[in-house]
Design a binder for this molecule. Structure first.
Ligand code: PRX
Length: 632
């Protein structure tokens, strides 16, 4: 039987049991799935060598657990409701049986194009059912999907394709997000100029705009599926075979390809979805994320499908055609579970409350939050105006690398507190560490958040760079996984994530590396050096502040700012555009040449009173100059 915790007492008991015998706990969870052959060993390896394995020797196909397994019981049930960008456009519902057929058809298409087990396929698409069908079809044939958020630039797309040597790209002619049009095929064409490994491009029609066509390489989705069979025998995978790569930003260098494998990821996303959200048979669950991020992978695609839930695929934005869109959709489909990011809540809070009050939100039972710390004001607005004070809020802390939720209330079970991710899920043992690498015991303490033992959902490597994996996650605190987050454990033992302690920004719930943005800006011919820091931003959580040294003072600051914006948009994408820029004569550096970001962060946050010790700087006077300067 699936573990489905129903009371706080049960949570506490199960947590204790999982601590006592972790392997038994996970083995029990894994036993609830359909395996073609059971595993030889529940778990091996550890953080020291980064050779973590779960359910090794087990044979399965993850799509048989997401789809085939349900056909006889809930084949007729809606798997997805598709809500398009414009409320008047064509919407549709897809049952589990239809989804199974569509995935089988497309799996046959992929195989007919020569895609084999282990090949990488890049997906750069609008949030439509076809994106999900493409991903599941890859999983069905054992190909490794790499979904790239369709807001990234041609250069970012190219980098991701090159890094994993993808053989195929699946895209749309274009997409509409709110009132914006994004020419996905044009962007793909530009990216592919530097991606010789891509032999085939499958284009799914969405906007019907004119696009360029490369005969022999490009083919329409609708033509290919027309004659494809709706039957397909899933390819047998080992539990530790790769399932997908998802690129995410780190504190240094280019984005890392985080790799997840089949068995452990399946067990972990399914277990966390079921217990955190407590979705029941007739419920309608809506996660507003884009499938281009980990939240979409784990809690739009995989977790809900394993559990036979009905989910919504939303192509639009919270403010299009107006700021009532999310609530209109909740009313229309009688959504029971609503999972979004604090940045969306903060953005909607700035509009008239009538946008919320206009709609009947009485169907809602559970609210969720993910991606960044939720400030108390946003928490209360969400609780009072969306949840009507009757819906538990699950503030779910996790990361691309963790595969699924790690610290979170269980809906309606764990007593919550605004701003707290509350308690770890059974099977997860957090530790707070001090600067000397020692664990901080007890309550009422702050430290760097680590995890003590491997769990099935942990990423297994960074694609093509295992050293980087070890260095980033396993080396700061020996024998532990380091999350990069700071954390408070309060007097009651409740966890509150305080934000990143490394050079990673969290802008509107999206991860951006400071080095990545700096490298992009440094491409400008007039820039000598750039330092990026985050600063508190009312809606985005963190804004991007760029301090830059120019060769010549720009004549027209506004035009210069636009040039910087255009450059960052071209190299990374619009999400990374600096909100503020300040031209400076020098940057605060230590004698060894390291930029002291701590000082820049304070200046960017307008917190000049206590800049701390500047005596170790090579030239302390640069700080006065920066304080005296002004951002544009
Ligand atoms: O800093 C934490 C923050 O988002 C980071 C992970 O980002 P990403 O891999 O893009 O995954 C986002 C979606 C899971 C974390 O290191 N974060 C995520 N959830 C929370 C959070 N910070 C505070 N509270 C959360 N609930």
């Amino acid at each position: 039987m699936w573990l489905n915790i129903k009371s706080f007492e049960e949570y506490q008991n199960i947590y204790r049991q999982s601590e006592k015998d972790r392997l038994k706990f996970w083995e029990h969870e894994a036993g609830t799935f359909y395996w073609r052959k059971s595993w030889d060993k529940v778990h091996s390896g550890g953080f020291e060598k980064g050779d973590i394995k779960w359910f090794e020797g087990g044979k399965l196909n993850i799509t048989e657990n997401a789809l085939d397994r349900h056909l006889n019981t809930i084949g007729h049930k809606t798997a997805f409701i598709f809500e398009p960008n414009h409320p008047d456009s064509f919407r549709r519902t897809i049952t589990y049986r239809q989804l199974h057929e569509d995935v089988c058809r497309f799996a046959n298409v992929l195989e007919s194009k020569g895609i084999e087990k282990g090949d990488r396929v890049c997906i750069y698409m609008a949030m439509t059912p076809e994106l999900i069908i493409a991903a599941l079809a890859c999983a069905r044939i054992g190909a490794v999907h790499s979904i790239v958020f369709a807001g990234f630039s041609a250069q970012s797309l190219a980098e991701r394709i090159q890094d994993c040597d993808a053989k195929m790209l699946i895209t749309n002619d274009g997409l509409r997000r709110g009132d914006k049009h994004v020419p996905l095929k044009d962007i793909s064409d530009e990216a592919l100029e530097s991606c010789p490994t891509v032999k085939n491009v499958i284009v799914c029609q969405r906007t019907n705009r004119d696009i360029d066509w490369k005969d022999g390489r490009d083919e329409w989705w609708h033509n290919l599926i027309r004659n494809a069979s709706k039957r397909h025998t899933a390819v047998e995978m080992d539990a530790e075979d790769p399932l997908f790569i998802l690129y995410t930003s780190g504190s240094t260098g280019k984005p890392k390809g985080v790799l997840h494998t089949c068995g452990g990821y399946m067990v972990y996303t399914s277990y966390t979805f079921r217990n955190v959200f407590q979705v029941e048979e007739e419920d309608v669950y809506w996660c507003t994320a884009d499938a281009g991020w980990i939240t979409g992978h784990s809690y739009i695609i995989y977790g809900p499908l394993f559990n036979g839930a009905t989910g919504i695929i939303f192509e639009g934005t919270p403010t299009y055609p107006d700021a009532g869109r999310l609530w209109e959709v909740v009313e229309k489909y009688k959504v029971t579970h609503f999972y979004t990011a604090p940045t969306a809540i903060r953005a909607l809070m700035s509009y008239d409350l009538d946008y919320v009050r206009k709609y009947d939100l009485s169907s809602l039972k559970v609210l969720g939050s993910v991606g960044e710390p939720i400030n108390e004001e946003a928490w209360h607005w969400y609780n009072d105006h969306v949840g009507g004070g009757k819906c538990p809020i699950v503030d779910t802390w996790w990361q691309t690398e963790t595969g699924g939720i790690m610290i979170s209330p269980l809906a309606g079970i764990t007593p919550t507190k605004p701003g707290f991710a509350t308690l770890p899920l059974p099977g997860i043992s957090p530790a707070l560490m001090d600067e000397n690498g020692k664990e901080i015991e007890g309550n009422g303490v702050n430290g760097n958040l680590c995890i003590k033992h491997p769990w099935p959902g942990i990423a297994r490597t960074v694609w093509g760079d295992h050293e980087r994996y070890l260095k980033t996650y396993m080396s700061a605190y020996k024998g532990h996984y380091f999350t990069g987050d700071g954390c408070r454990r309060d007097a009651e033992g409740y966890y509150r994530i305080t934000g990143r302690v490394d050079d990673v920004l969290n802008v509107s719930g999206h991860r951006l590396g400071t080095a990545e943005i700096e490298n992009a800006i440094n491409e400008h011919p007039n820039i000598v050096e750039t330092a990026i820091v985050g600063y508190p931003h009312d809606i985005k959580g963190q804004g991007v502040f760029a301090f830059m040294i120019c060769e010549k003072d720009p004549k027209d600051p506004d035009a210069f700012k636009k040039e910087i914006h255009d450059l960052v948009t071209k190299i990374i994408g619009p999400i990374a555009k600096p909100d503020k820029i300040q031209i400076v004569a020098g940057l605060p550096k230590t004698r060894s040449g390291k930029i002291m970001r701590r000082i820049l962060r304070k200046i960017a946050a307008d917190d000049m009173d206590n800049l701390g010790d500047t005596s170790t700087l090579l030239d302390p006077s640069v700080v006065d100059d920066i304080v005296a300067g002004k951002a544009i």
